[in-house]
Design a protein around this ligand. Structure first.
Ligand code: ARG
Length: 469
């Protein structure tokens, strides 16, 4: 009997500590579907090339069907001694079908096997993330549609700057998530390439048909250099970099939701389904989901740092370091997918089978507008008004600064100053200034492409509808 799973070379059994330290089965068993799919595609090609017999292929297929059923039923016995998902499945296959199981690994190494498995697994997850990113955008657009004419103060430096449409504000996030979706579609192309056939590092002496395996597994192309194929994890790093950007965008939105929900803003309310209470303060309703989403961005950015540091300094080709790619990648995928799902639902409500929405965040139009009327949000509009009357912009800026200073001292808004007072700053001011100083007037004026004027915002909503379907 061999002292170890893989070879008679070893005369001593592995130390228990080392076994636990090097084993990955308790996390990489998650790759089992991809591992079986990869093995079946490899076996099918081995048979087509005459490297194994049709009978061997049939045995392998029968064994794998049983293993799949065992795993699905929770009856498969994962063994720490067998180190990882690959050796666990292969050992079980050999127990079930004998020599055919031992022939499966012909022309293959765990090095090209694991790289293939991770890519296959990640490709499916990417497709799930893509759907969730689109759902997130739809949720934001659904709230935006109802709030084109809802006005809140736009901020810079978190100081009141200029009035903006709440829809416009939400659509800013739609743009961010749309770019994230573009990045995802782009990186998917590089994930979707086949390492199998690279074997341990140098390729193999068997007449493998790599293109055939690629077609069977739905890969767009075959990795063109065996050393690169088994060793680089840049595709996983790319996903994690993408995920970091998604989570940073979510985190900014979550931060705004937390702020808007605070009594001092009171711009929105969240349904009870997404709030938590306090064990001591009976009045509390806390936006925990948004806070956690903001917090979880930290772990995803951490995983990005972990993975790029993991890769740095590894000599070609495969090194065991790469086993450390899985937990950060798995956690990144879970975190980004869970976060997108829950945030989309909290914002846009639950989507029924017929596409209708229920729940979602409540917008407090009055509170937003009241806030927009404080803080001299239309000061720029007064300056622009004077420019239209012939004053150079820099002079207009100065005139309005004086007016704001006086208005602050009087405790009044610009729109509340009598016309005569305004005319004291510049004689060109006439009664039509009133319209320029309203929130709606301010919005309507900003009708450059991409601006906050309702006509522009509606056009953007139409564009997103067409894009998102
Ligand atoms: N569990 C290993 C990993 O995740 C599989 C590849 C092992 N290869 C090897 N030569 N030890 O990377």
């Amino acid at each position: 009997k061999k002292a170890q799973a893989w070879s008679a070379l070893f005369s001593e059994p592995m130390s228990e500590l080392v076994k636990r330290y090097t084993s990955s089965v308790f996390f990489d068993k998650r790759l089992w579907r991809a591992d079986i799919a990869g093995s079946l595609a490899h076996a099918e090609m081995l048979a087509a090339q005459g490297i194994i017999s049709a009978a061997d292929l049939a045995d392998i297929e029968r064994g794998m069907a049983q293993i799949r059923a065992e795993i699905e039923a929770g009856q498969f016995e994962w063994k720490l001694d067998l180190e990882d998902v690959h050796l666990n499945i292969e050992a079980r296959l050999t127990t079930l079908v004998g020599d055919a199981g031992k022939r499966l690994h012909t022309g293959r190494s765990r090095n090209d096997q694991v790289a293939t498995d991770v890519r296959l697994w990640l490709r499916d997850e990417i497709d799930a993330t893509a759907v969730l990113l689109a759902d997130m955008q739809r949720a934001l657009v659904s709230v935006a549609e109802k709030n084109v004419d809802t006005i809140l103060p736009g901020f810079t430096h978190l100081q009141v700057a200029q009035p903006v449409s709440f829809a416009h504000h939400l659509l800013a996030y739609v743009e961010m998530f749309a770019r994230d979706a573009e990045r995802l579609a782009d990186l998917r192309k590089r994930v979707n390439r086949l390492p199998l056939g690279s074997a341990a590092l140098a390729g193999t002496s068997y007449p493998l048909d790599r293109e055939r395996v690629a077609r069977t597994l739905g890969f767009e192309a075959v990795c063109q250099n065996s050393l690169d194929a088994v060793s680089d994890r840049d595709f996983a790093i790319e996903y994690t970099a993408f995920a970091s950007l998604v989570m940073i965008h979510v985190s900014r939105l979550a931060e705004e939701i937390v702020v808007w929900m605070s009594q001092n803003f009171g711009f929105i309310n969240l349904s009870d389904r997404y709030c938590t209470g306090s064990s001591i303060m009976p009045q509390k309703r806390n936006p925990d989901v948004a806070e956690l989403a903001r917090g979880k961005s930290g772990r995803v950015v951490g995983h990005l740092m972990g993975l790029i540091t993991l890769m740095k300094g590894q000599p070609l080709a495969y090194n065991k370091d790469n086993q450390e790619d899985k937990e950060p990648l798995f956690d990144t995928v879970d975190t980004v997918n869970d976060t997108l799902r829950i945030m989309a639902e909290m914002i846009g409500g639950e989507v029924a089978a017929d596409g209708s929405r229920s729940g979602g965040l409540t917008v407090r139009k009055d509170a937003m507008e009241r806030a927009a009327l404080r803080g001299y949000a239309t000061a720029t509009d007064l300056a622009d008004y004077l420019v239209k009357k012939g004053l150079p912009f820099r002079d207009a800026h100065e005139v309005v600064a004086h007016a704001v200073k006086d208005a602050i001292a009087l405790g009044k808004d610009l729109a509340e100053l009598p016309l005569e007072t305004l005319q004291g700053y510049d004689a060109r001011i006439t009664a039509d200034v009133a319209e320029a100083l309203t929130l709606a007037g301010s919005l309507n004026a900003r009708s450059t492409l991409g601006g906050t004027a309702p006509v522009q915002v509606r056009a953007q909503i139409e564009r997103h509808h067409a894009r998102l379907g």
